[in-house]
Design a protein around this ligand. Sequence first.
Ligand code: UDP
Length: 330
Amino acid sequence: MKLLVTGGAGYIGSHTVRALQKAGHTPIIVDNFSRGHRDSVPTDVLCIEMDIADSTLVEVMKEHEIEGVMHFAAHSQVGESMVNPSIYYDNNVVGSYRLIESARQAGVKHFVFSSTAAVYGEPEIVPIKEDAKLEPTNVYGRTKLMIEQMLSDYSKIYGMTYVALRYFNAAGADPSGEIGEDHTPETHLIPLVLDAALGKRPHITVFGTDYPTEDGTCVRDYIHVNDLASAHVLAMNYLHDGGESTVFNLGSGNGFSVKAIIETAKEVTGIDILVEYGDRRAGDPGTLIASSDKIKSVLGWNPVFSNVKDVLKDAWGWHQSHPNGYDDKK
Ligand code: UDP
């Protein structure tokens, strides 16, 4: 299939572009490079520098006879969304609306959307299933939920089928060492812990020690980025084969506290990382662990890289070879 991949130069998008190529699809990237990296784009993939809100995307989709859109382009930081919500509503909600509408006008049949566990908020039951209540505790999660709701309406009324993949904590890097995680500023736990191991930061700060968890720090479900990538390929194939619109969780099903991640990072790197304890970060739920039973049974997805030690080893490999991310020449 010829597929338009928005945000294909970003972290999860770049790993998925490679998975799509391996599966025999033709990805075409649309990225405005506000946060993506040119060096993450394979030389044999067409990459168009354009914003998702640009209405001329209709012509791009028609010209390339795009069958499906994979939509990664979004702002994705919980903390930032709580201090600067306007860019989240603009880029995520307004931008996605324009993209979905362009896809409709171009007659695109299928849509795979990067959603998030943040749509659930603080769960009542863990592991979280797809039918759990949807009460996001932060702006980022709310914007993603709004986009899911738009897709649901477009599916029911216009017949464009979609899969929303609710990611838990994406982490790790392709074992090739060619691509990995590089955000500016970096806010995610694993790259920050590894920056501290490299001496790029004096310490890692743990955000909150009074959560109702075993060791008082937040528990998350870390999922290897290549396992996320393989789920996207399965989801698009499913829609192409006539599958109906739906939502899937994507996680490993295992929870690790912030303290446990830091201890595992010490083990993997062999470096005694300095830890400081700070206040809670606004909008952070205590525990988020996925039930991924639905995607396993419907799509036959199976996470193969998502043992937390492997996640940290692959992330550490990328970090060591690219201590300054894509600014380091390969
Ligand atoms: N976290 C932390 N210190 C940091 C960054 C993150 O303690 O410097 C915690 C954060 O509060 C959350 C977990 O690590 O409980 C994972 O955060 P991240 O930003 O990586 O992903 P999120 O869960 O927000 O998607």
